[in-house]
Design a protein. Structure first.
Length: 232
């Protein structure tokens, strides 16, 4: 894989976009994903070259879907920001990997990230962009039957309390999702089981636990008291 990126860097120095694109398109999806991540890394190193590498990420993929292995790598706000133009092309927002997960499934779990999941950013894209595949991505279920928002409720263990604007955006995304698919209320039981285990395994703050109860109640359409009672 290092050889592929090294060769790509050599081509990049020539500035021959046709050669660079031809090389990229002949690589395996895994190698293409590594090249995309390399472009993201380079963009992070120098703010003056951010736009160039971002445009290049779109140009290289042309009218092709982005490489599927890239789906699971977009796990933080910075990666989302860099790859947004690419995600907005074709059906990339709703592109699913072997686990039937799209970028929102991974982004909303965001294990190890200490920043808030960007619900407001995603909501703004839904409000101001015409990409029809973003709403579809929000309502897709992965192999365990969870939507991206459910992945957040079931699997996110940041123990970070959402600020008011992110909380408002979460509720708005719930409404958008609900307008497209029917709620699977059976998933609440598995969410509660996971939450019980998380309370045992992790040092969760009382504020986080309180808000998580509110989010579960809001998403699954039950009372907060029902959630609290079920957890005890």
């Amino acid at each position: 894989m290092d050889q592929v990126v090294s060769h790509f860097i050599g081509l990049l120095k020539t500035g021959n976009i046709k050669e660079i694109t031809t090389f990229y398109l002949t690589q395996t999806p895994q190698s293409q994903a590594h090249i995309m991540l390399f472009l993201n890394l380079q963009a992070n190193k120098n703010v003056n070259s951010f736009d160039y590498f971002q445009r290049l990420s779109v140009t290289l993929n042309g009218e092709h879907p982005m490489p599927t292995p890239l789906v699971s790598q977009l796990k933080n706000n910075q990666a989302l920001s860099f790859f947004t133009p690419l995600l907005q092309k074709m059906a990339n927002f709703s592109l699913q990997d072997s686990m039937k997960r799209n970028v929102l499934h991974y982004l909303f779990v965001a294990r190890g990230e200490h920043t808030n999941v960007p619900f407001t950013y995603v909501r703004s894209l839904l409000l101001f962009e015409s990409n029809v595949f973003l709403p579809k991505a929000l309502s897709q279920r992965e192999s365990n039957g969870l939507t991206p928002l459910e992945c957040y409720l079931h699997l996110n263990i940041q123990s970070t309390v959402l600020p008011n604007h992110e909380l408002t955006a979460f509720i708005a995304l719930c409404e958008i999702e609900r307008s497209q698919i029917t709620l699977n209320s059976d998933n609440l039981n598995s969410a509660l089981k996971r939450f019980k285990k998380q309370r045992t395994d992790f040092d969760l703050t009382s504020d986080y636990i309180e808000q998580k109860c509110l989010l579960l109640a809001s998403y699954y359409g039950v009372s907060e008291q029902h959630i609290i009672t079920s957890l005890n």
